[in-house]
Design a protein around this ligand. Structure first.
Ligand code: ACO
Length: 351
């Protein structure tokens, strides 16, 4: 499945007729927020846990450390902190939020949804709440749903969150996976755009290929392999992947979706000020940028600090970029992510 609708040019945007032609209201990113837990797990710490070295991890992934929650902390706890920061940034009260959409592969429980826990924690008593699961591509999937609710005029305020506690599903005896993952959350508040200048979601694009369901998976705990003593003994309740295969598929597919997203718009690669890719591996991002002939200074990295935080990586990056003041109003940003499923997603944002 793939969705590529027309992206409006800068000139077309201010005109109501053009907005209607595009099928609805303009969608603003009114606020961003992020939260990572304070506890650091460094490469040096991992050297004491598995047969690895700081040098190997840094060279192969770009990761130096990741944040890890304490026992008893769930994804909704991180999500709620990020959400409150996004609401504060947008100057919107929790009671005015009409919809909460959380992307996560580490929900507090299979049900109720993590979004329901967030609703309770932040007091968003007037909101509908549900979760989205599309692994590392999930935040932009959630963004796409929120975008279209606002674009259609069904709601005015949507909280879109990416939150993970991947440390809970990481096997710290497996050196090929445990070096990669970290915990964290990020959120954006989407609102019907008012006025000419505001950060705006111009488009979102989604894709998937179910024939690769087995290359990247958390096998047990669902209806196919329910949690049993046997599944736990076989360590099937932890993330498994075929690293080298995922690595190649990530570069090929990210390159394809980024090219397709740009081609479906009226912009060229040079029109974009920044490319924010899911922080999975420094080498994946670097190779993708090289294939697209984009200079490395036009991309964003924070993988050294947080590792791969799956759904949380894009909204954490958006918040860091906003706080850094790196972009000016009107700059174009391309978001792109790739994950288990396989799933992929992209979005064009005007800052
Ligand atoms: N320390 C030292 N050596 C290691 C480690 C480690 N932590 N892990 C693996 N090795 C060894 C391997 O055993 C292998 O040894 P061998 O040659 O003697 O067999 C050697 O290093 C090379 O192994 P590769 O797996 O080929 O290493 P590669 O360069 O591919 O890097 C990595 C591995 C980092 C996992 C890479 O494949 C990768 O990033 N893949 C993508 C994974 C990913 O990001 N998935 C994200 C999706 S998560 C989601 O969607 C929820």
């Amino acid at each position: 499945m793939s969705t590529y609708h027309k992206v409006l040019t800068r000139k077309e945007f201010p005109h109501k007729a053009n907005m209607e032609r595009n099928g609805g209201y303009r969608v603003a990113i009114a606020g961003t927020g992020a939260y990572v837990p304070p506890k650091r797990l460094t490469n040096r710490d991992l050297e004491k846990m598995v047969d690895t070295t700081d040098e190997w991890i840094t060279k192969r992934t770009g990761i130096k450390e990741r944040r890890i929650v304490e026992d008893g902390v769930a994804s909704s706890d991180l999500a709620s902190k990020a959400a409150m920061r996004a609401l504060k940034d947008a100057k919107v009260s929790p009671k005015d939020v009409q919809l909460i959409i959380t992307s996560t592969i580490t929900p507090d429980s299979l049900f109720p949804s993590t979004s329901c826990y967030v609703q309770k924690h932040i007091g968003a008593k007037n909101a509908g709440a549900f979760d989205v699961l599309a692994a590392c591509a999930g935040f932009i999937y959630a963004l796409s749903i929120g975008e279209n609710y606002v674009r259609a005029g069904m709601v005015d305020n949507v909280l879109v969150i990416g939150a993970e506690t991947l440390s809970k599903v990481t096997d710290y005896t497996d050196r090929s996976t445990c070096i990669l993952f970290g915990d964290g959350a990020g959120a954006v508040l989407l609102r019907r755009a008012k006025g000419k200048h505001c950060s705006e979601v111009l488009s979102t694009h989604l894709g998937a290929d179910g024939k690769h369901t087995d290359v990247l998976t958390l096998p047990a705990g669902g209806s196919k392999i329910p949690s049993t003593t046997k599944s736990i003994k076989e360590r099937l309740h932890y993330i498994k992947f075929r690293g080298r295969e995922v690595f190649k598929l990530a570069i090929t597919n990210l390159t394809k979706i980024m090219r397709k997203t740009i081609d479906s718009s009226d912009y060229t690669v040079d029109d974009f000020s920044l490319f924010i890719l899911h922080q999975s591996n420094f080498r994946i991002i670097e190779a993708t940028m090289e294939r697209l002939h984009i200079p490395p200074e036009k991309t964003f990295f924070n993988i050294d600090k947080y590792g791969n935080t799956s759904s949380a990586s894009i909204p954490i990056a958006l918040d860091e970029v906003k706080k850094s003041g790196r972009l000016k109003p009107g700059d174009l940003v391309l978001l792109a992510a790739f994950g288990g499923g396989l799933t992929w997603s992209s979005s064009i944002i005007r800052w």
